[in-house]
Design a protein around this ligand. Structure first.
Ligand SMILES: Cc1cc2nc3c(=O)[nH]c(=O)nc-3n(C[C@H](O)[C@H](O)[C@H](O)COP(=O)(O)O)c2cc1C
Length: 364
């Protein structure tokens, strides 16, 4: 069934305007029942943030921005799904076109700008999902025209705490002007203090919902020192490394499209994001688990992310170029790697290459 979905839809989706293709994919997931992917072997299970993930391969934020299809996505075999980014009020985002495929580079540039239906609509959908089980994280952000951005995050924590398996505080989208300034030490400290206060206030009805911070791969290393320092001081539950990059690696072949403004994702992001993951791993010193994201499109890139420090993984752009089958391929390759190494879980692989990666020359 999953193979059929890919065979039917990928050629069609690739021929469409990228944003229309995305809308159609969400519709198909909503209205076409799919068979459930086979259950995962115990060796793929990961315990992190007090949650038990059936497998480490998650869907990254930005695909199901409005929480329309988390259950359908979980049925396809993801170990977890992150919906959002959701802002308190609905907003249209930037004018179209704002999503570009760089086919020759297996990459995407987007400057969507947090287009979403707002918190009330997403909350209603997630409240309906609650009995279905599975891990559904909620990625939260501030409205573009907000006068108190920190208050936006606080309200979202209060709104979603009973329906979110975990929260991702997104301070790393390049498409909301000034948002990434919230990664600066003082601003991040204020933000996290208030977000964690909000979590404490709703704890009695929601439980201790884990709070993660998602950062940009474009941070300087001194900035990363600060971010990890604040995250450790505030006892954050985890970090996601990372979002799209505003940099443009010299290796890009689609030179014209590479000039479009926005965040670059997919294969050309892999080296930078993996380096930043390793740099974060050595700074976190095991204080919290990390989710590795950026350019994962195969078993080999998934294993490299784990060895760089990721306890969990997320993918997005590979789905555009490889289809949903890439999820099964990654899981099968992870299982095979565990068998070859006579290991019964991925935990012992996490970060085994991190120190070596941080000694390499900086990826260009
Ligand atoms: C079209 C598109 C929209 C995205 N929207 C969001 C978003 O709303 N919030 C967020 O935190 N990340 C968003 N991302 C970033 C992804 O979650 C992920 O961090 C990034 O794409 C790197 O992973 P990949 O190389 O596997 O795509 C978006 C990415 C793409 C391609």
């Amino acid at each position: 069934m999953i193979g059929l979905f890919d065979r039917l839809f990928r050629p069609l989706l690739r021929a469409l305007d990228p944003e229309d293709a995305h809308t159609l994919a969400i519709k198909a997931l909503r209205y076409m029942p799919s068979a459930r992917a086979p259950a995962d072997g115990d060796e793929l299970a990961v315990r992190a943030f007090g949650l038990k993930f059936p497998n480490p391969v998650g869907l990254a934020a930005g695909f199901d921005k409005n929480a329309q299809v988390p259950d359908a996505l979980l049925r396809l075999g993801f170990g977890f799904v992150e919906v959002g980014t959701i802002t308190p009020r609905a907003q249209a985002g930037n004018p179209r076109p704002r999503l570009f495929r760089l086919e020759a580079d297996q990459a995407v540039i987007n400057r969507l700008g947090f287009n979403n239906d707002g918190a009330a609509a997403a909350h209603m959908r997630l409240a309906r999902h609650r009995d279905a089980g599975g891990i559904v994280g909620v990625n939260i952000g501030a409205n573009r025209d907000s006068t108190d951005r920190i208050e936006d995050y606080v309200r979202l924590i209060e709104t979603f705490s009973t329906v979110a398996s975990y929260f991702t505080v997104n301070v790393s989208s390049p498409n909301t002007p000034g948002l990434r300034d919230l990664q600066q030490a003082k601003a991040l400290d204020d933000l996290l203090a208030r977000v964690l206060d909000a979590r404490e206030r709703v704890r009695s009805r929601a439980g201790p919902t884990p709070v993660l911070v998602k950062v940009a791969p474009d941070l300087t290393l001194p900035d990363l020192d600060d971010v990890v320092g604040v995250a450790r001081k505030r006892r954050i539950d985890g970090m996601i490394i990372g979002n799209t990059t505003i940099s443009r690696p010299g290796s890009l072949r689609e030179r014209d499209k590479a000039r479009e403004q926005g965040g670059l994702s997919g294969r050309p992001l892999f080296k930078l994001a993996t380096r930043m993951l390793a740099e974060t791993f050595v700074r976190a010193e095991g204080a919290f688990p990390l989710i590795g994201v950026g350019g994962i499109d195969s078993g080999a890139t998934a294993i490299a992310k784990i060895k760089a420090g990721a306890a969990l993984l997320q993918v997005y752009t590979a789905l555009v170029y490889r289809g949903i089958g890439v999820v099964k391929e990654i899981k099968d390759d992870l299982t095979a790697a565990l068998k070859r190494g006579h290991r019964n879980s991925l935990a012992s692989m996490v970060g085994s290459d991190a120190a070596a990666i941080t000694a390499e020359s900086w990826p260009g």
